[in-house]
Ligand binder design. Structure first.
Ligand code: HEC
Ligand code: HEC
Length: 410
C-alpha cells in the first residue's frame, strides 16, 4: 500500500469508529468529518461568483442539511468542548457564505484588508508580523492568534473578552486599526451586492451584522487540524505493549493494531520528539499544566511573565475580570501547528520555538503575578531541543480552502 492510501485508510477507519460511537448517542442531521475538503471547496465554477451560480447553489437542498461535525483523530477527545451549534447550526450554505466573507477585503472600509490578511491559511492561519497589521499599514497591539480549532473554544481573544466565535467575528470589522469600517456600513455594502444579498436572504432572512458573525463562525468551525505525528503516536501507545498472542483470537483488535501501526509508519515521530513528549507531559517540563487537552490548550488564562518588563505592560485578562490576580494573564495558545506560526506570544516578542523553550527554562520573567506553575526547569541543551522537536511533531495539515472565489461586485 502507498503512504497516501495508508493515511486515507486510517482516516476512514477513524471516521467509522467515531460514527459508530455517535450513533449510540442519537444525533440529528448529517455527520461530516471535519477536514473534509468538500466543505471548503467553494461554489462550483471559476472566476467571481455570479448570480446564476449562486442561485443554483441556493436551490440545492443538500446545502441546507444540518451538519453534525465529527472531529478527526486527536481532536476527537475534545468533542465535549464543542459549543455554539444549537444557537448557530452548521450547514454547507452557511459555511460557504462564511468562507466568502472571511477572504473578502470588501469587509474593510477601503477594501484592502480581510480576515485572511492577519489569519492567512498559507501562514498557518496567522500573519508573520509581530502584531496584526490592518488598514493603511497600522500595527495593532497584539500578535494574531490562529483561526483554526476554534470549534473547541467558547471564549475568544488573548484575554477572552469575546464570549463566542460569533461575537468575535464582527469585532475586527469596526476596529479602527484592523478593518476600520462600521457594522452599518458593512451591512449596507453586502446588501448592495446581489450574490451576497441572495445568500443572506435565503440563509438568515436578511443581511444583518449578527448574520455576518454567524456565517464567519460557521466557516471557522470547520477549520481543524488533521491528525499529526503526535496524534498517531498517541494512538499507537495504546497498543504498543500488546503481545502477538493477544491478537491471535481477536481479529477486531488485530485490525485496530494494524491501523495504529500503519499510522505511526506513515506519520513518523523522531526519537528526539518522543523524548520531548515525555518532558512536555511530565513534571520535568510541566507544559501540560496549561497546554493540555485535545487542542493542547486549557482555555484558561495565565501570567507567564511575557512583556511584564515593559514600562506599561499589557494587563491582559485583568481588563475583562477586573481581578488583580489576572494582571498580565493571557489565554494559553495551542501548540498545534505552532512550528508554522512564528513569531510567538501575545506581543509577538519571541521569534523562534528555541527562544520560547529557553524562556521557560529560565522560569520566565519575574513578575508580581507570575503563575506558580512557572519555575526554572534546568533542562540540558538536548532536552530543550527535544521539546522543540516534540512541538514540531504536532504539525498537520488544515483542510484545503478555496481562497480566491468571491462574489462578483454586481
Ligand atoms: C489587522 C489584523 C487582523 C484582522 C484584519 C483580523 N484579525 Fe483576528 N485577530 C487579530 C489579533 C491581533 C487578534 C488578537 C487580539 C486580542 O486578543 O486582543 C485576533 C484574534 C482573533 C481570534 C481569536 C482567536 C483566539 O484564539 O482567541 C479569531 C477567531 C479571529 N481573530 C478571527 C478573525 C476574523 C474572523 C476576522 C475577520 C472578520 C479577523 N480575525 C480579522 C488580528 C486580526
Ligand atoms: C502556566 C501555564 C503554562 C505553562 C506551564 C506553559 N505554558 Fe506555554 N503558554 C502559556 C501562555 C498563557 C502562553 C501565552 C503567554 C503570553 O503571550 O503572554 C503560552 C505560550 C506558549 C507558546 C507560544 C505559542 C504562540 O502561538 O504564541 C509556546 C510555543 C509554548 N507556550 C510552549 C510551552 C512549553 C514547551 C511549555 C513547557 C516547557 C509551556 N509552554 C508551559 C501557558 C503555559
Amino acid at each position: 500500500m502507498s503512504q497516501a492510501s495508508i493515511s486515507i485508510h486510517t482516516w476512514c477507519f477513524t471516521l467509522l469508529t467515531v460514527l459508530l460511537t455517535l450513533q449510540l448517542t442519537s444525533v440529528h442531521g448529517e455527520q461530516v468529518l471535519l477536514g473534509d475538503p468538500a466543505l471548503t471547496a467553494g461554489v462550483p465554477g471559476s472566476g467571481p461568483i455570479s448570480v446564476p451560480q449562486i442561485e443554483a447553489w441556493l436551490d440545492d437542498e443538500h446545502n441546507f442539511t444540518e451538519l453534525t461535525p465529527v472531529l478527526p483523530l486527536g481532536l476527537s477527545q475534545g468533542s465535549s468542548q464543542i459549543t455554539g451549534l444549537d444557537e448557530n447550526p452548521l450547514t454547507r450554505a452557511k459555511i460557504e457564505l462564511g468562507r466568502q466573507l472571511y477572504f473578502d477585503p470588501r469587509l474593510s472600509v477601503d477594501s484592502t484588508v480581510s480576515c485572511a490578511s492577519c489569519h492567512d491559511p498559507s501562514m498557518g492561519y496567522t500573519a508573520q508580523t509581530k502584531t496584526g497589521v490592518g488598514i493603511k499599514g497600522q500595527a495593532g497591539g497584539r500578535n494574531s492568534p490562529v483561526a483554526f480549532n476554534r470549534i473547541l473554544s467558547d471564549k475568544q481573544f488573548w484575554d477572552g473578552r469575546a464570549g463566542s466565535l460569533e461575537e468575535q467575528a464582527i469585532g475586527p470589522i469596526e476596529n479602527p486599526i484592523e478593518m476600520g469600517f462600521t457594522h452599518e456600513g458593512v451591512v449596507k455594502r453586502l446588501a448592495s451586492m446581489p450574490v451576497y444579498a441572495k445568500q443572506f436572504e435565503k440563509i438568515f432572512g436578511s443581511v444583518t451584522i449578527d448574520a455576518v458573525g454567524k456565517a464567519i463562525a460557521a466557516f471557522e468551525r470547520v477549520l481543524v487540524t488533521a491528525p499529526s505525528p503526535y496524534d498517531y503516536n498517541e494512538q499507537w501507545r495504546a497498543f504498543q505493549d500488546l503481545e502477538p498472542e493477544d491478537l491471535e483470537d481477536d481479529p477486531e483488535l488485530a485490525e485496530l493494531y494494524a491501523e495504529a501501526a500503519a499510522g505511526i509508519k506513515s506519520h513518523f515521530m523522531s526519537d528526539s520528539a518522543k523524548r520531548g513528549r515525555e518532558i512536555f507531559f511530565t513534571e520535568k517540563g510541566n507544559c501540560t499544566a496549561c497546554h493540555v487537552g485535545a487542542n493542547l490548550a486549557d482555555e484558561k488564562y495565565h501570567n507567564i511573565g511575557v512583556g511584564m518588563d515593559q514600562d506599561t505592560p499589557d494587563i491582559g485578562r485583568h481588563a475583562v475580570t477586573k481581578d488583580t490576580v489576572d494582571t498580565g494573564a493571557f489565554k494559553t495558545p495551542t501548540v498545534r501547528n505552532v512550528a508554522l506560526t512564528a513569531p510567538y506570544m501575545h506581543d509577538g516578542s519571541m521569534a523562534t520555538l528555541e527562544e520560547v523553550v529557553e524562556w521557560y527554562d529560565k522560569g520566565g520573567h519575574s513578575s508580581k503575578h507570575l503563575s506558580s506553575k512557572i519555575r526554572p526547569l534546568k533542562l540540558t541543551d538536548q532536552e530543550q531541543a527535544d521539546l522543540v522537536e516534540f512541538m514540531k511533531a504536532c504539525t498537520s495539515p488544515t483542510p484545503p480552502v478555496e481562497t480566491s472565489r468571491l462574489p462578483a461586485d454586481a
